[in-house]
Design a protein. Structure first.
Length: 275
């Protein structure tokens, strides 16, 4: 059956783009979970709707407009949190609601019927083109390269920012960089899993791997493995039962999390009684 699926060009494109996105999102998921900023994906991903709508109004490429807009929103969230003495969840909540409302208004003002709005919101493997694959490759490879370059520093600030500052690491720069990278990969992922669902893949892979791993190296590797397993399983089920690709991939990721949660050594390891 898998050979039959691979014979279709749209499935080949979905698989190529999906592998790029799954690996990169899983890598970022590692830092998102460690830094406890799981809600950040919701704020940034939902701002993509306004970015897409802005592209329609201005008559420019919607992917580029979404990239620029999401990047600015990521920086705004970071600035409000770091300089405005506002809790991160509050800053995300403000930008999340504001950008969603802006997107709806811009779509109305554009006077254009977005026939592919569903694919933007929930993803569709049928809409992925060779151009999308090329853009995904640029975004994802650049993100992986930057994460690899600053990996040790990103890991340190994820555990203790104060120690990182004392060590001379530019904590604020790395924080903003991480937010911008999340924004970039979010835009790259929209065609596959959609605006509504991409935030789930910024949390689930690392949350799953954390159920099984006790140190960061296996946690990182298992996070990538969880992302790829969810992708392959989701695409096969989506094709077999004619289901939306994005939702199916996310449901597979959720199922994998609960399986690992049930089998987790952390959960099964009970403290000894009587001390």
């Amino acid at each position: 059956m898998f050979e039959d699926m691979l014979s279709f060009p749209f499935f080949q494109r979905a698989l190529m783009g999906g592998v790029l996105v799954a690996v990169t999102l899983s890598l970022l998921s590692f830092f998102v979970v460690l830094r406890r900023i799981s809600f950040i994906g919701v704020g940034i991903s939902h701002s993509a709707l306004a970015g897409v709508a802005l592209g329609l109004v201005l008559g420019i490429n919607t992917t580029l407009s979404a990239t620029a807009f999401c990047g600015l929103i990521a920086l705004l969230i970071g600035y409000i949190t770091r300089r405005g003495n506002v809790r991160e969840d509050v800053a995300i909540g403000i930008t999340f609601s504001g950008t969603m409302a802006t997107g709806v208004i811009l779509i109305a003002l554009s006077g254009k019927y977005m026939s592919n709005l569903y694919s933007y919101l929930f993803g569709s493997i049928l809409t992925i083109t060779n151009g999308d694959i090329a853009l995904m490759a640029v975004y994802c490879i650049a993100t992986i390269a930057l994460v690899g370059l600053f990996f040790k520093h990103l890991l340190l600030i994820s555990f203790d920012e104060n120690i990182a500052r004392v060590s001379g690491i530019h904590v604020d720069f790395l924080h903003y960089l991480l937010l911008v990278l999340i924004a970039i990969v979010t835009v790259a992922s929209i065609k596959l899993v959609g605006i509504i669902l991409v935030s789930a893949l910024l949390v689930l892979p690392a949350a799953t791997s954390r159920q099984l791993a006790r140190t960061y190296r296996p946690m990182l590797l298992l996070s990538v493995a969880a992302g790829l397993i969810s992708l392959f399983t989701g695409l096969v089920l989506s094709y077999t039962f004619d289901l939306p690709s994005g939702a199916t991939i996310v449901l597979c990721a959720c199922a994998l999390f609960f399986i690992c949660f049930a089998l987790s050594p952390r959960r099964l390891r009970k403290p000894a009684k009587g001390g």
